[in-house]
Write a protein that binds this ligand. Structure first.
Ligand SMILES: CC(C)(COP(=O)(O)OP(=O)(O)OC[C@H]1O[C@@H](n2cnc3c(N)ncnc32)[C@H](O)[C@@H]1OP(=O)(O)O)[C@@H](O)C(=O)NCCC(=O)NCCS
Length: 301
């Protein structure tokens, strides 16, 4: 695999990937999405959003220390993005070792997985992607290499325009970036967090990437949203006593405007059974995408 370091290469890759983005998302009155079963297969256009988000982040100062690899250049069959190996300090940390992959044929994925660029026995990882076959292929290789594998299936949602909050800013609240001092609260309330590795990961996001929160009357965050190194909106949360007032749309709208202004896709992933989040997102303009957004976690046993 070749690492793309040159700005011109990254720009060309970005343009190529961008051409595959959906250009005609339905923007009007989307019916609320069914909660089950899982959606139909994704179309070709829906699959590249994590890779595009990472390539764009790498090309704009690379705050998350990722790198972009292709099997050949300029004609590639597969793109892999991953944390730079020199920044992977803890072999059991799958939070920060975030990979994304886009392939044009399954042979290219198989060839990638036979090597050690994506999955090695010694290193925890999380791979994100939406292509059919990714889940089985990664699971098979990771299990064969002795890793414990967990698969989480999400729905992907995209907002074709900056999200429009469904309510105005209530008196006494104000928008601000998330501060490192808020990280213990974010970590304690994150369903997949609550440990030292997740805290370090969140701190890294808050320090290096855009984030937004609503501060309550006593200066404590009541609702927030972060961005990760793949340009994905993550960690949306409203503290229970403030839920159901349309507040989650306010930090989302702020981040969405920033993403839109910089040409980034506006997207996120949600568990299919998380009705509150699916309703909140659709109410501010997100559109559910077909297909499954896979998160495959591997950890050394
Ligand atoms: C998802 C979440 C961020 C929504 O935040 P919010 O500020 O309550 O958002 P909204 O006020 O726009 O409400 C969204 C939906 O929550 C549900 N809801 C309404 N009142 C609620 C309450 N008091 N408590 C819980 N959920 C409520 C409703 O389904 C509502 O949608 P509807 O008004 O269209 O019926 C919040 O519920 C939360 O923090 N959940 C736990 C963490 C989580 O799931 N995060 C998202 C990860 S993808």
């Amino acid at each position: 695999m070749l690492i793309l370091r040159c700005p011109a290469q990254l720009q060309l890759l970005e343009e190529t990937l961008r051409k595959s983005l959906p250009t005609t998302l339905p923007v009007t009155a989307t019916p609320r999405i069914p909660l089950s079963p899982l959606p139909c297969p994704a179309g070709d256009n829906d699959l590249i959003v994590q890779v595009l988000g990472t390539v764009m982040t790498v090309a704009r100062g690379n705050p998350a220390s990722h790198e972009v690899l292709v099997d050949s250049w300029p004609h590639f069959s597969i793109v892999l993005t991953r944390l730079r190996p020199e920044d992977h300090r803890d072999p059991r940390d799958y939070y920060s070792n975030q990979l994304s992959v886009f392939y044009r044929d399954k042979g290219a994925l198989q060839a990638l997985l036979e090597g050690t660029e994506a999955v090695t026995q010694e290193r925890a990882f999380q791979i994100l992607g939406m292509q059919d076959g990714l889940d089985e292929a990664v699971q098979e290789v990771a299990s064969a290499r002795g890793l414990k594998v967990e698969m989480i299936r999400y729905r992907a949602l995209m907002s074709p325009e900056p999200p429009q909050p469904r309510r105005q800013m209530p008196p006494g609240l104000r928008l601000a970036p998330v501060s490192p001092s808020h990280v213990p609260l974010l970590n304690a309330t994150w369903a997949q967090g609550g440990n030292a590795r997740s805290r370090a990961f969140l701190l890294g996001l808050v320090r290096t990437l855009p984030s937004a929160c609503l501060l309550g009357p006593r200066g404590r965050p009541v609702s927030w949203s972060l961005l990760d190194g793949q340009g994905c909106l993550r960690h949306g949360y409203t503290v229970p006593t403030w839920r159901g007032r349309g507040l989650s749309g306010l930090p989302l709208a702020l981040l969405g405007r920033e993403l839109h202004a910089r040409g980034f896709p506006i997207y996120c992933s949600v568990l299919p059974q998380n009705t509150a989040s699916l309703h909140a997102l659709q109410a501010v303009g997100f559109v559910p995408q077909p297909g499954t957004f896979y998160m495959i976690l591997g950890t050394p046993k």
